[in-house]
Ligand binder design. Structure first.
Ligand code: HEM
Length: 283
C-alpha cells in the first residue's frame, strides 16, 4: 500500500491534509479566481515533464536552471505562492509528510471544483523529485500550441494517454487566459488596446463545455490555439468534441477520468525521491 497511489494514502499519517489544502485553495480563489486556471495548468506541466513529481516547482540554482525558465513556463506559469502557503500549513500540521506533487494534484482538482466543474477523488502517495528537467526535455514533454492532431497524439501516446484524453483534457481551456501574441492577428477584438491576455473561451471563469461549443460554431471564436482547432479537423476527435459540446456530463466524466490518468504519470513511489519541505528546493 506504501508503493502505489491511493485516495486514503494520508488517512493515518495526515488525516487533515486534504481539508487543509482545500480550505487554503478556497481562500486563494476568493482573492483571485484566475488562480484556478493557472493551478490546473500547473498539474499538467508537472505531469507531462518527468512525471508528476513537482519538478516544475524547483527554483533556479547554480546546479540547474529549473523548468520554470523553460519556454512554455517562463512568464507564464503562476500560482507558486499558493502552493508555498499550503505547504507551510501542511508542514505545521504534519511535518515532512505530504509531498509537493500531491499538493499540486489536489489543488488542480479543487481549482476545477471551485470553477464549477466536476469533482473526483484525488489519488495520493507521489513523492517529489530531486532532479529537474532541462529546457529541451520540457519542450519534448509538452505539446506546442501549434500542434496538429498527429503532434498531440505523439506527445500524449508517449506517456500512455490516448485520443479521448487529448480531447477531454483540452477542455481545461474552458477556464483561464493566454498571452495575446498566440493569436497572431486572428480575432482582432479579443486583444484590444493594452491587453496582454485574452480569455481561452467566452466563460473563462466557469468550468463548462463552452470550449467545445466554440470549436464547432463558426459564429463563435473557435479555439484559441491551433492545437484546439486541430480537434475538429478529423472525425475521431470531432466526434468527441460533438459529444462534449452537447453533453456536459459526458465531458465532466471523461475530464475527471483523464485527470486521474494524468495524475498517475510516472510518479515517484515508496522510498523514491523525497518529501520536500520547501517545494522550491530539494531538502
Ligand atoms: C493539448 C495540448 C495543450 C496545449 C498545446 C496547451 C497550450 C497552452 C498555452 C500555450 C497556454 C497559454 C500560455 C500563456 O499564454 O502563457 C495554455 C493555457 C492554459 N492551459 Fe493549456 N495546453 C494544452 C493542454 C492543456 C491541458 C491538458 C490542461 C489542463 C487539463 C490545460 C490547461 C490550461 C489552462 C487552464 C490555461 C490557462 C492558464 C491561465 O489562465 O493561467 N492545457 N495552454
Amino acid at each position: 500500500a506504501n508503493s502505489m497511489l491511493s485516495v486514503d494514502f494520508y488517512h493515518t499519517s495526515c488525516r487533515e491534509a486534504e481539508s487543509i489544502i482545500t480550505s487554503a485553495m478556497s481562500q486563494a480563489f476568493k482573492r483571485d479566481p484566475t488562480l484556478a486556471a493557472s493551478l490546473l495548468r500547473l498539474h499538467f506541466h508537472d505531469c507531462f515533464v518527468q512525471g508528476c513529481d513537482a519538478s516544475v516547482l524547483l527554483d533556479y540554482t547554480e546546479h540547474h536552471a529549473g523548468e520554470k525558465t523553460a519556454l512554455p513556463n517562463d512568464q507564464s506559469l503562476r500560482g507558486f505562492e499558493v502552493i508555498d502557503t499550503i505547504k507551510a500549513e501542511l508542514e505545521k500540521a504534519c511535518p515532512h509528510t505530504v509531498s509537493c506533487s500531491d499538493v499540486i494534484a489536489a489543488v488542480a482538482r479543487d481549482s476545477v471544483v471551485l470553477s464549477g466543474g466536476p469533482r473526483w477523488s484525488v489519488e495520493f502517495g507521489r513523492r517529489d523529485s530531486i532532479t529537474v528537467a532541462n529546457n529541451v526535455t520540457v519542450l519534448q514533454g509538452l505539446p506546442s500550441p501549434n500542434s496538429e492532431l498527429a503532434d498531440l497524439l505523439a506527445k500524449f501516446e508517449q506517456i500512455g494517454m490516448n485520443l479521448r484524453d487529448i480531447v477531454a483534457l483540452s477542455g481545461g481551456h474552458t477556464i483561464g487566459s493566454a498571452r495575446c501574441f498566440f493569436l497572431k492577428g486572428q480575432r482582432p477584438n479579443s486583444c484590444s488596446r493594452n491587453e496582454t491576455h485574452a480569455s481561452l473561451d467566452q466563460t473563462p471563469k466557469v468550468f463548462d463545455n463552452n470550449y467545445y461549443l466554440a470549436l464547432l460554431r463558426k459564429n463563435m471564436n473557435g479555439g484559441f490555439f491551433q492545437s484546439d482547432n486541430a480537434l475538429v479537423k478529423f472525425t475521431p476527435a470531432l466526434d468527441l468534441v460533438q459529444i462534449y459540446a452537447t453533453n456536459s456530463t459526458a465531458f465532466f466524466d471523461d475530464f475527471a477520468t483523464s485527470m486521474l490518468k494524468m495524475g498517475r504519470i510516472a510518479p515517484l513511489l515508496g522510498s523514491e525521491g523525497e518529501v520536500r519541505i520547501n517545494c522550491r528546493m530539494v531538502n
